[in-house]
Design a binder for this molecule. Structure first.
Ligand code: PMP
Length: 368
């Protein structure tokens, strides 16, 4: 039986909806994790069971992304925001040459601000003058061979802009914030030196951030950092340096099992996500500009479909009617307003079909 049918229509930008099969297992685990006989909320982080949870979650992510052996996988706290600082602390502090950052939207702007506290930063491209409605073409990007690393955000969650290619050159380390599209499709992880992603969009609840980091980055990184902020110490401790978010990591384990066993891997997940995004964008494209897409067509995201309506009054009616029809989470980010339908992994094709149907009907009724 369904736990709560409204979950199926939760288009929240994050924390996002989780698969119902996972929620059912989570519900059970609050009372009793079957193989332990205790509530998940009261199991020691030093137990053999939790060590096995960490190991299996790592193995599942390794399998899902075909991750090379020289990557460490970490489950850290502090959200993606902590990585905005921890990355430059490790890779930029004391460096002469600038790290090269792309400024493609709300989240990259925040990353740049934090990186500048740690060392020289060059913004190689900014979407600001275009109002962050598009991403750079290959011709617009020139990277320096001397940069300690390049950094970009693979999917700008607020504006709904997603790269469909890997940027940069193989001889300069690539660092990427994949918070809003991690494990939503294959990502060519082997081309990166460091990938970070918080869990609360596609793979779990808030409270844990996954970091994939190459051993060479760890070896060459800054050496005198506080233990909590030192990737090396976190690796030695197998993500168990202090009390980790046991519950959040367990939920990530359940989602990775779901991705492997129920969905059939990230390739398949990517195909499903594409079907969902195509469905919504076709409504936008065939609406005679009643629904106006925020993102330029070639840079649209498969995760966040941001759009506006003809007037503020019609937009207010849209929110009112969607709420009455049990949809939730459709309000755009406060930075840009409008509507944003986030269609992360757990949103099913049939849920997106329901929204698409609603939008067509709404347009018929409200077209002037
Ligand atoms: N990066 C991206 C792409 C995001 O979407 C967000 C939050 N939605 C963040 C970073 C910040 O994440 P956190 O709140 O976990 O620090």
């Amino acid at each position: 039986m369904s736990l709560n049918p409204k979950n199926a229509l939760n288009f929240s930008g994050g924390p996002g909806a989780l698969p119902e099969v996972v929620l059912n297992q989570v519900q059970q685990s609050i009372i009793n994790v079957p193989e332990v006989g205790l509530s998940i909320l009261g199991i020691s982080h030093r137990s053999a069971w939790f060590e096995a949870v960490v190991r299996e979650t790592e193995d599942n992510i390794r399998k899902l992304l075909n991750l090379p052996d020289d990557f460490h996988i970490l489950f850290l706290q502090g959200g993606a925001t902590q990585q905005f600082s921890q990355v430059p602390m490790t890779m930029l502090r004391g460096k002469k040459h600038a790290a090269e950052y792309l400024d493609t939207g709300y989240w990259s702007r925040k990353v740049v601000t934090e990186a500048m506290r740690e060392g020289p930063v060059k913004v190689v491209w900014s979407g600001e003058s275009d109002g962050y409605r598009r991403l750079p073409t290959e011709e617009e990007l020139t990277f320096s061979p001397d940069a300690p690393y390049i950094h970009y955000v693979s999917n700008e969650t607020v504006e709904g802009l997603q790269f469909n290619r890997v940027l940069g050159h193989d001889h300069v380390p690539r660092v990427c914030d994949m918070s809003s599209d991690f494990l939503s499709k294959p990502c060519e992880a082997d081309k990166f030196s460091l990938i970070y992603a918080h869990a609360q969009k596609n793979i779990g609840p808030a409270g844990v951030t996954i970091v994939l980091i190459r051993d060479s980055v760890v070896q060459n990184g800054t050496k005198d950092l506080p233990a909590f902020l030192d990737y090396r110490r976190q690796i030695e401790a197998h993500s168990n340096l202090n009390t980790p978010p046991v519950f959040a990591i367990y939920v990530v384990l359940l989602v990775t099992r779901w991705l492997l066993n129920d969905i059939g891997g990230v390739e398949k997940m990517g195909e499903i996500n594409r079907v969902k995004a195509d469905l919504l964008f076709s409504i936008l494209d065939n609406s005679d500009d009643f629904y106006h897409s925020w993102a330029a067509p070639e840079h649209r995201s498969d995760m966040n479909v941001a759009f506006t309506l003809p007037t503020k009054e019609i937009e207010a009616a849209f929110f009112e009617e969607t709420r009455a029809a049990d949809f939730s989470g459709l309000e755009g980010h406060r930075a840009i307003g409008g509507v944003r339908a986030s269609i992360y992994n757990a949103l099913s094709v049939s849920s997106v079909e329901k929204l698409a149907g609603f939008m067509q009907d709404f347009q018929r009724r409200h077209r002037k």
